[in-house]
Design a protein. Structure first.
Length: 214
């Protein structure tokens, strides 16, 4: 099962990826995490990415795709994976296809900008392990403390309202066109009008032909 979740920042992609990873027993591959790992481990492609970052430049698509391709050859990806953070543009989607990376399902989480703004105001992440919470929808057991590792929960700078509005503009301009791109390949399902996290999960599983969690 090779899967991508599309949606605006704050649409719930990270939360659903974590849940689906457990249900389907496949890893979530975060582009940001593997980029940092490649740099830390000083792989050839990691060092190349580091040179761009240290020069203050964006990491080019071909380097990102190279790091993703490298990660997807790991044994834990043999039965599938959920790709998080890429593709963000049509160019990246085309580069993935050129590299032989195709998907069984692409799920688009359709959430209004107004709802996104409300959600982001309550989002918190663990500064240690990166686990994601929401003060209303997915609260931690103890206020301000990560359930998984006990780390401190913080509000990310990119969750500030002005930055969220800017990120939404970028999403609509650069990433939303991917919906039509994958629809043309007959692998797209759009999920909307769900209220709770559990309802979104159930709708995603149904779209993939999985009626209930194991």
């Amino acid at each position: 099962m090779k899967l991508i979740l599309l949606g605006a920042p704050g649409a719930g992609k990270g939360t659903q990826a974590e849940i689906l990873s457990g249900i389907l027993n496949i890893p979530t591959i975060s582009t940001g995490n593997i980029l940092r790992a490649a740099i830390k481990n000083e792989t050839a492609i990691g060092l190349k990415a580091k040179s761009y970052i240290e020069a203050g430049h964006l990491v080019p698509d071909e380097v990102i795709i190279g790091i993703v391709s490298e990660r997807l050859t790991a044994p834990d990806c043999a039965n599938g994976y959920i790709l998080d953070g890429v593709p963000r543009t049509i160019a990246q989607a085309e580069a993935l296809e050129k590299a032989g990376i195709v998907f069984d399902h692409v799920i688009s989480l359709d959430v209004s900008d107004e709802t996104i703004m409300e959600r982001m105001a309550g989002r918190r992440v663990c500064e240690h392990c990166g686990a994601s919470y929401h003060l209303v929808a997915v609260p931690p057991k103890q206020e301000g403390v990560c359930d998984s590792c006990g780390g401190k929960l913080i509000r990310r700078k990119d969750d500030d309202p002005e930055i969220v509005r800017s990120r939404l503009e970028v999403y609509h301009r650069e990433t939303k066109p991917l919906i039509d791109f994958y629809a043309s390949r007959n692998v797209l399902d759009t999920i909307s009008n769900q209220i709770t996290v559990a309802e979104y999960t159930a709708a995603i599983l149904k779209a993939m032909g999985i009626e209930s969690a194991k």
